[in-house]
Design a protein around this ligand. Structure first.
Ligand code: PHE
Length: 394
């Protein structure tokens, strides 16, 4: 810090030099003296040697320990230790109250200087450490975006599930509800209430797996006709479809399986006629296979419908001209149907003098095979991924 006293002295020295007729040596020595005076001026802050040494020791130790602080925690600890209230510097500031005003001023200035110097050192060390820690963090959290992504194997809906959903959508849009029933069924519901008494020849076509004399694996979804009517307790209208698995004692081949999937349909109300059945099935066929589809009803027999029919579609493979698939007939059978037998209505709590209804049952596998050109029903059950993957985008 520049003090006027020293300036005066310097000036005086120069003035003297100017006034005298001195030699160059004298000038040189005066210049040296001025420089020495300058140096003294820099150093002489009025501190006693004791204080100077004390402060210098504090400064040196603080700088040394700062150089050792290697993370932000150590850095914070250092700040508290060196610049905090309880630090040596802090204690000294506190103790200054007892000094003479001149000493207080001198020591205060010195303390401020050293404090500023240490704070500055702390800031640059902090910047260094922050940069180092950030670099470390970036390195640790590095994500290599050029790595190929982890492959999530994409599944596909099974063709049978797909067909069921599609058919459900069609019938729901026609006002039907979807219900489901038990696969383990009683002889009573599976046969008796469907007008198939014991020893009826129709039982031969639907031999099944018996759990006991009374309990069996259902051979068709038709017992749900009865269960639905019982649940509805005479209320109308009834419009349901029932998808579900059924079982038969069949040899498995390209078109038969001991376990397959049916979708039952049932409508009961006053004034339901065979034309309602045909119209409904025609709408269904067009929705599923396109607007040019038509259905054909052929007389048939089921014990629980009267009259009964088999329903054919125009062959989806040749369009009706006749091919190997339709065995040259141009038609493909897709379901069995008929008007609900009066005896079944009566047994289920619907007065057959007042109510009529129609029912149908179709095989989901058969529809899926026609739909996707599958030639062997067994492919639907083998879970061969090469087969199933084809339905990802179907
Ligand atoms: N349940 C019959 C079968 O499995 C199909 C069918 C259902 C027929 C409803 C008429 C009415 O063969």
């Amino acid at each position: 810090m520049l003090r006027y006293g020293w300036v005066d002295e310097t000036t005086t020295a120069f003035t003297q030099m100017a006034r005298s007729n001195s030699s160059d040596r004298r000038v040189a020595s005066l210049c040296c003296e001025v420089r020495r005076l300058d140096e003294r001026r820099e150093e002489d802050d009025g501190l006693s040697d004791t204080w100077r040494h004390e402060l210098e020791a504090i400064r040196e130790q603080a700088m040394a320990s700062l150089a050792l602080a290697s993370d932000s925690k150590a850095l914070n600890d250092w700040r508290v230790e060196v610049l905090g209230k309880k630090s040596a510097l802090g204690q000294m500031s506190k103790a200054m109250g007892g000094l003479t005003p001149e000493d207080r001023r001198v020591l205060g200035e010195a303390l401020n200087r050293i404090r500023q110097e240490l704070e500055q050192a702390w800031r640059s060390r902090q910047a260094e450490i922050e940069a180092k820690e950030k670099a470390l963090r970036l390195e640790r959290e590095r994500i290599d975006v050029t790595l190929p992504g982890r492959h999530v194997p994409l599944g596909a809906m099974h063709p049978i599930s797909r067909v069921i959903e599609e058919i459900e959508d069609i019938f729901v849009s026609l006002g039907f509800s979807v219900v489901e029933g038990p696969e383990v069924e009683t002889d009573h519901y599976n046969f008796e209430l469907l007008n198939i008494p014991k020893d009826h020849p129709a039982r031969d076509m639907q031999d099944t797996f018996y759990l006991t004399d009374e309990w069996l694996l259902r051979t068709h979804t038709s017992p749900m006709q009865v269960r639905t009517m019982e649940r509805m307790r005479g209320r109308t209208p009834i419009r349901v479809i029932v998808p579900g698995r059924v079982y038969r004692r069949d040899e498995d081949d390209a078109t038969h399986s001991h376990q397959f999937t049916q979708i039952e349909g049932l409508v009961v109300d006053e004034g339901i006629r065979m034309s309602d059945l045909k119209g409904t099935l025609e709408a269904f066929a067009k929705a599923l296979f396109g607007p040019s589809q038509r259905v054909r009803l052929r007389p048939s027999y089921f014990p629980f419908t009267e009259p009964s029919c088999e329903v054919d579609l125009v062959c989806v493979s040749c369009g009706g001209s006749g091919c190997r698939m339709c065995k040259g007939t141009g038609w493909i059978e897709i379901l069995g149907a008929g008007m609900v037998h009066p005896r079944v209505l009566d047994m289920s709590g619907y007065d057959s003098a007042r109510y009529t209804g129609f029912a149908f049952g179709l095989g989901a596998e058969r529809i899926a095979m026609l739909r996707y050109g599958i030639s062997d029903i067994r492919m639907l059950y083998q879970n061969d991924l090469r087969f199933l993957r084809q339905f990802r985008h179907a």
